[in-house]
Design a protein around this ligand. Structure first.
Ligand code: ADP
Ligand code: MG
Length: 260
């Protein structure tokens, strides 16, 4: 079953220097429980797409549904279904991990006792229990990322959007996040829609990849199928495959999008 489906989803920004077509028409579907890797060069339109799908930014064209809710007609339903961790997650350095988690629960209108209980559950799931009384400003990069994700999971969303969740993390913390993402999917059936610049990460973690370039989908498929179709063989690296797809590798730059 498709939990996310978009048709011609587009966003043009008006700027002083004229219109910027950040997303020119994205068509994609994501199955429930899938881990989708959403890849593309800088400026391809990834963050803009995530912001539209989470209702933070109104599209200027096209349509989408998330968990059966239409983006335009039922934005509140979409918000209930989504958790979102922005590219530069923001937490208040002065308050403690517990306060941050409880406040988030209160924002989602959980009664105080329930918010406190949920904070404890999330801390256990994200391995933050020993850090509940630490100030957020004192967390390491990996701990901070886990807190960002815990906050996005407060309302138990069906779909979790993660925008470059592992950028800047050390290899150990990255591996920890991969386990966490897999665990969420395996235990709760959470659908995970993530962007990353680490192609080894996409290869290891994602069931399927959607590669965007200049605001449109350039290719999609499993990592293995994409390697075969664009990298020349199933043994190709995802790096070479990606370069081929985005027009800066061996394949012609104007190759038509192919679904594999
Ligand atoms: N608020 C904005 N105003 C004008 N241009 C923007 C705005 N947000 C993003 N853009 C432009 O849209 C394009 C896509 O940006 P973005 O979605 O952040 O790409 P990505 O996340 O793939 O790196 C870029 O050219 C970016 O400069
Ligand atoms: Mg981005």
């Amino acid at each position: 079953m498709a939990i996310i489906s978009t048709a011609g989803l587009a966003r043009t920004f008006r700027t002083r220097h004229g219109p910027v077509q950040a997303v020119r028409g994205i068509d994609l579907t994501v199955r429930e429980g899938e881990i989708l890797g959403f890849l593309g060069p800088n400026g391809a339109g990834k963050t803009t797409t995530l912001r539209m799908l989470t209702t933070l930014l109104p599209p200027t064209g096209g349509a989408a549904t998330v968990a059966g809710c239409d983006l335009a007609k039922d934005p509140a339903g979409v918000r209930r279904a989504c958790g979102y961790v922005a590219q530069s997650g923001g937490v208040d350095p002065q308050i403690t991990v517990r306060e941050e988690l409880v406040t988030q629960g209160r924002l989602y209108r959980l009664p105080k006792a329930v918010a406190a209980e949920r904070a404890g559950e999330l801390a256990r799931e994200l391995d933050l229990t020993g850090l509940l009384d630490r100030r957020c400003g004192a967390l390491s990069g990996g701990q901070r990322r886990r807190l960002d994700i815990a906050m996005a999971l407060t309302h138990r969303p069906k779909v979790l959007f993660l925008d470059e969740p592992t950028t800047g993390l050390d290899p150990g913390s990255r591996a920890g996040l991969w386990e966490l993402v897999r665990g969420l999917r395996d235990r709760y059936g959470t659908t995970v829609f993530l962007t990353t610049h680490y192609l080894d990460e996409a290869d290891a973690l994602a069931d399927r990849l959607v590669i965007v370039d200049r605001g449109v989908v350039a290719a999609e498929g499993t990592p293995a199928a994409l390697k075969l179709a664009y990298g020349g063989s199933a043994d190709a690296t995802l790096q070479d495959t990606f370069l081929a797809i985005t027009g800066r590798g061996p394949a012609p730059a104007d190759a038509a999008p192919v679904a594999v």
